[in-house]
Design a protein around this ligand. Structure first.
Ligand SMILES: CC(C)(COP(=O)(O)OP(=O)(O)OC[C@H]1O[C@@H](n2cnc3c(N)ncnc32)[C@H](O)[C@@H]1OP(=O)(O)O)[C@@H](O)C(=O)NCCC(=O)NCCS
Length: 145
């Protein structure tokens, strides 16, 4: 089976339709599924240094992440998400692999604590104590090499 195509764009290159579909997936997951009211549109999406990666299936955005240079002189990966019906097919791992091939080191994430072992599989290690963000336990993790 051929691997699904990974699409990549900065905000200025994104069509309005693609950005709409990306935000719809993020809201359906992080706000509705995880029952969390938080500032989902934090301004980072539109920065020229932010890279958006996603996979479509049947014209729908089914998996997504973004990465950008940020604090700690690191590249930050965030908003890692796959649509519920498409999980455990390797889409999230495919996007992570693409992001990690492109991202300058070190790479940092604020992982949802229950997903620590998922991120460990890509080489991330804990780099601090767990903390609560928007009521959800997070683990700070870093990939140095
Ligand atoms: C995390 C997430 C992006 C993974 O996406 P995905 O496309 O299902 O990822 P993959 O298919 O590449 O990997 C899934 C694998 O991780 C495993 N996994 C799922 N949840 C896990 C967990 N809590 N801890 C460890 N492994 C986990 C699955 O068993 C599966 O293993 P397999 O590949 O051996 O079958 C997806 O579950 C998701 O969108 N979750 C909700 C949003 C979220 O919380 N995002 C993380 C923000 S930090």
């Amino acid at each position: 089976m051929t691997a699904p195509a990974v699409q990549s764009a900065r905000f200025a290159e994104l069509s309005a339709r693609s950005f709409h579909d990306i935000v719809r997936l993020r809201l359906a997951t992080f706000v509705v599924e995880q029952r969390c009211a938080y500032p989902e549109l934090d301004g980072r999406d539109i920065l020229p240094t932010t890279q958006h990666l996603w996979i479509e299936d049947g014209g729908e955005v089914v998996s997504y992440l973004r990465f950008y240079p940020g604090a700690e002189n690191a590249t930050w990966i965030g908003r890692v998400v796959t649509a519920t019906a498409q999980r455990n097919r390797g889409l999230g791992a495919l996007l992570m692999t693409h992001a990690l091939a492109a991202a300058a080191r070190p790479v940092r994430i604020s992982a949802q604590a229950r997903l620590q072992s998922w991120y460990q599989a890509f080489g991330f290690t804990r780099c601090g104590d767990d903390f609560l963000e928007d009521g959800i336990a997070h683990t700070p993790m870093v990939l140095e090499g």
